[in-house]
Design a binder for this molecule. Structure first.
Ligand code: NAD
Length: 471
């Protein structure tokens, strides 16, 4: 499509330029032309999506800077390269992923055809969140494209510069007959959700996840819900504290803590806490120098609402490190809070900012009980050299994923499915799982008309006699 065509479709004021009913109906009609079933077509679209990233690195980084003051390195690694790698994987393996499977046959089906085809669902709705507004929008979208679906992408209105850019540029790369960007906030998304989709892939908060689940119920639309939660970190005295502190602080500081799998809080003994605080201070100095605020490597809070929510969490708490905030820049210094009690506001909801509370526990058993009293988290982090305790925690807790002696990186391993459990979500993606998410595994049994097998099967026909049951 030409650049001019693209700009007609999209309204950059983040209001939908088209009637959702019409967009959904058009995409469904186009889906039924079978255009997206062609592997050649899908590959071309995936290549174009890669080109979209390669052509627009600077504009994409600028938009992410406007939305989150995201450091360029984070834009390149966590948004652009991460998503490009996922798209490359889909592209290179598409033939294999899309191949039908021929499961083992039992004796009764020896003469039959038994096959599982990977078929697209139809029209997929992808709803993205603001914290990684490129990665979280385009990674699932690429999966839906690879699987042969038509897609409506609804980027988050809370990262408006990125949403605007996606709406403006994507139609220059992807077929607008099959893939549309639909901008808007809560009213527009609510309107969109009234329509029938064949699959919904949602990323965002647990509370909105419930709204999406309810809306999907009307048409029994299958959903993936990539949600959040409080991801705990357990550290024991056997851990290498300098390495642990560096890794945990990195995970809490990227995107200024606004990462769904960021370590939310720490569980450790008072003795471990003392060592951790020493090394945490060193790590922050190493990362940002003497003062975090002037560092170009630390982002900002996405909007005033989130800034005020986080600043409030710092009232009446015991701050061990950090604590400085600046509303004019929506800056919150990496802050470690100690002597935090379970009932305190800091422990009620996902923090989603650079604040790290430490809750004291006396033993690994206490830590396990504490984790199990909360909702099932998206991630669980264990820092220990003690493999018995590691297994004890793994065998007595639940979470979407786990990293041992590190944080966040479990989601970057292609072979590991990424998703939550319970209130942290349902379904998963990344690697092959991204393709599998967007296909229906259609079971196909093919029989012939030969008479011998029909005689063999005649046992199933009436009249039902006792003699038939005995065979
Ligand atoms: P958000 O405000 O961008 O909302 C997410 C999407 O939901 C947006 O597209 C928004 O338009 C839509 N939305 C919001 N309210 C709605 C409503 N009432 N009805 C219909 N649609 C609505 O993002 P957020 O919810 O603040 O995202 C942060 C949360 O997302 C955190 O909890 C985080 O942990 C989670 N998250 C999870 C993952 C994951 O992969 N599991 C990744 C990133 C973020």
């Amino acid at each position: 499509t030409s650049k001019n065509e693209a700009s007609v479709v999209i309204d950059v004021n983040l209001t939908p330029a088209k009637d959702p009913e019409e967009v959904v109906a058009t995409l469904r009609k186009n889906f039924h032309t079978n255009k997206t079933r062609s592997l050649k077509f899908r590959k071309k679209q995936l290549k174009n999506l890669m080109r979209f990233f390669q052509d627009n690195v600077d504009d994409l980084c600028d938009a992410l800077y406007k939305d989150l003051r995201k450091p360029r390195t984070e834009c390149i690694t966590n948004e652009i390269e991460f998503t490009l790698n996922e798209i490359k994987n889909l592209l290179w393996n598409l033939d294999e992923y899309a191949n039908p499977e021929y499961p083992e046959k039992g004796f009764v089906n020896m003469l039959d055809g038994v096959e599982i085809r990977k078929e697209p669902y139809g029209v997929v709705l992808v709803i993205g969140s603001w914290n990684y507004p490129l990665n979280i929008a385009l990674n699932p979208m690429a999966g839906a494209i690879a699987a042969g679906n038509c897609v409506i992408l609804k980027p988050s209105e809370n990262a408006p510069a990125t949403a605007e850019l996606l709406a403006k540029l994507l139609p220059n790369y992807l077929s607008i007959d099959c893939y549309q960007v639909f901008c808007g906030g809560i009213p527009e998304t609510t309107e969109l959700l009234k329509h029938k989709f064949d699959y919904i892939f949602y990323t965002g908060s647990t509370s909105v996840g419930r709204i999406i689940h309810k809306a999907s119920n009307k048409y029994l639309t299958p959903v993936t819900l990539e949600l959040g939660g409080k991801s705990p970190v357990y550290i024991d005295e056997t851990a290498d504290m300098a390495i642990a502190a560096r890794r945990i602080l990195w995970g809490k500081c990227i995107n200024a803590g606004q990462t769904c799998v960021a370590p939310d809080y720490i569980l450790c003994t008072k003795k471990v806490e003392e060592q951790f605080l020493y090394h945490a201070e060193q790590a922050l100095k190493e990362f940002f120098g003497g003062s975090v605020k002037p560092s170009p490597d630390f982002g900002r809070i996405v909007n005033d609402n989130h800034f005020n929510r986080l600043a409030k969490l710092l009232k009446d708490v015991k701050i061990a490190i950090g604590g400085h905030t600046d509303p004019t820049e929506r800056f919150i210094c990496p802050t470690i809070v100690i002597d935090v009690l379970p009932g305190e506001p800091l422990m009620q909801e996902e923090i989603f900012g650079p604040i790290l509370p430490i809750v004291s526990v006396k033993s690994v058993k206490d830590a396990i009980d504490f984790i199990n009293e909360g909702e099932k988290p998206l991630a669980l982090y264990i820092f220990t050299k003690n493999s018995k305790d590691k297994e004890l925690i793994l065998n007595n807790t639940q979470s979407g994923g786990v990293a041992i002696n590190d944080v966040i990186l479990q989601i970057s391993v292609e072979g590991l499915p990424f998703g939550g459990i319970g209130s942290s979500g349902m379904g998963s993606y990344h690697g092959k799982q991204t393709f599998d998410t967007f296909v229906h595994r259609r079971s196909i049994l093919t029989k012939n008309f030969r008479t011998i097998p029909d005689k063999m099967h005649s046992l199933k026909y009436p009249p039902y006699t006792d003699a038939k049951l005995k065979i």
